[in-house]
Ligand binder design. Structure first.
Ligand code: HCB
Length: 214
C-alpha cells in the first residue's frame, strides 16, 4: 500500500478527524483518484475499526469518531466523485438503508457514484420501512426502477427478504431491479431472496447497476 493510503487508513483508525481531512486533501493534490483514496485508504481503516469493535478493543464512541473522520473526508471528495459520466442516462434509482439500520457511509458512497455515472438517484436515507420503498416505486413514472438497498447488520439484512416478498405481493416486481449491498450481504443471500445483484464496493455497484438495468 502506498504511504499516503496507509496514513489515511491510520488516521481513520485513530479517530483523527482533522488529520483525515488534511491527508485527503494532500492525496488529491498528489493526483490520487478519489475512489482510490476511499477504497485503498479510508475504507481499509474502517475495516480495521470494525474488526477491533468486534474483538472488543474499540468501543462505540471511538467508532462514531472514526465514522465522522470518514464522513468529513467524503465531503472533501464529493465534488471529485460527482465528476463522472453524468450526461448519459442510465436510469432511475431509489436508494435507502433498511429499516432499523442507520449505517449510511457506504450507501451514500454508492449513491454518489451512481449519480456520477448517469443514474438519477432518489435518496430516501436511513432506517427506511419497506412500505416507504414500495410507495416510491409506485409513485415513479419510470418504466424500470433500480432499488439500491443497504444493510450493515444481519438483523436489518432480513428486511431485504421481506422487501422482495412485498414487491411481489404488491405486483411491482416487473418494474424493479433490486441491487442490495452492505457488509453481511452475499451473492448466496441475493440468490436466496430472489434479488438481482450485489456489489462489494461502490465502483462494482456502478458496473452491476448498469448490467442489470441494461
Ligand atoms: Co456499527 N456495526 N453499529 N456503527 N459499524 C457494524 C456494521 C458491525 C458489523 C460491527 C461489528 O460488530 N463487527 C455491527 C453489525 C453486526 C451484525 O449485525 N452482524 C455493528 C453494530 C452491532 C452496531 C450497533 C448495533 C452498535 C451498538 O449500538 N451497540 C449500532 C447500530 C445502530 C443502528 O444502525 N441501529 C452501530 C452504530 C454504528 C455507528 C453509528 C457508530 C457507525 C455508523 C455511522 C454511519 O454510518 N453514519 C458504525 C460503523 C461505522 C460501523 C462499521 C465499523 C463500519 C461501517 C462502514 O461505514 N463501513 C461496521 C463494521 C463493518 O462494516 N465491518 C460496524 C465503510 C463503508 C464504506 O462500507 O460496507 O457500508 P459499507 O459499504 C460498501 C459496500 O458494502 C457496498 O459499497 C459500499 C462502498 O464501498 N455497498 C453496496 C453498500 N451498500 C450497497 C448497496 C448496493 O446496492 C450495492 C453495494
Amino acid at each position: 500500500m502506498s504511504d499516503i493510503f496507509k496514513e489515511l487508513a491510520d488516521a481513520v483508525m485513530t479517530q483523527n478527524i482533522n488529520g483525515t481531512v488534511e491527508l485527503t486533501k494532500k492525496a488529491l493534490a498528489e493526483g490520487k483518484p478519489a475512489l482510490d483514496i476511499i477504497q485503498k485508504g479510508l475504507s481499509e481503516g474502517m475495516k480495521v475499526v470494525g474488526e477491533k469493535f468486534e474483538a472488543g478493543t474499540l468501543f462505540l464512541p471511538q467508532i462514531m469518531m472514526s465514522a465522522k473522520a470518514m464522513n468529513s473526508a467524503m465531503e472533501v471528495l464529493q465534488p471529485e466523485l460527482a465528476k463522472g459520466d453524468s450526461n448519459a442516462s442510465a436510469g432511475f434509482c431509489i436508494s435507502f438503508v433498511q429499516e432499523g439500520d442507520i449505517h449510511d457511509i457506504g450507501n451514500r458512497l454508492v449513491s454518489t457514484m451512481l449519480g456520477a455515472n448517469g443514474f438519477t438517484v432518489k435518496v430516501l436515507g436511513v432506517d427506511i420501512a419497506n412500505e416507504a420503498v414500495v410507495d416510491e416505486v409506485k409513485k415513479s413514472s419510470a418504466d424500470k426502477v433500480l432499488l439500491v438497498g443497504s444493510a450493515l447488520m444481519t438483523t436489518s439484512m432480513l428486511g431485504q427478504k421481506d422487501l422482495m416478498t412485498m414487491i411481489n405481493e404488491e405486483g411491482v416486481r416487473a418494474k424493479v431491479k433490486c441491487m442490495f449491498g452492505g457488509a453481511p450481504v452475499s451473492q448466496s443471500w441475493i440468490d436466496e431472496i430472489g434479488a438481482d445483484g450485489t456489489a462489494e464496493n461502490a465502483a462494482m455497484a456502478v458496473i452491476v447497476a448498469k448490467k442489470i438495468m441494461a
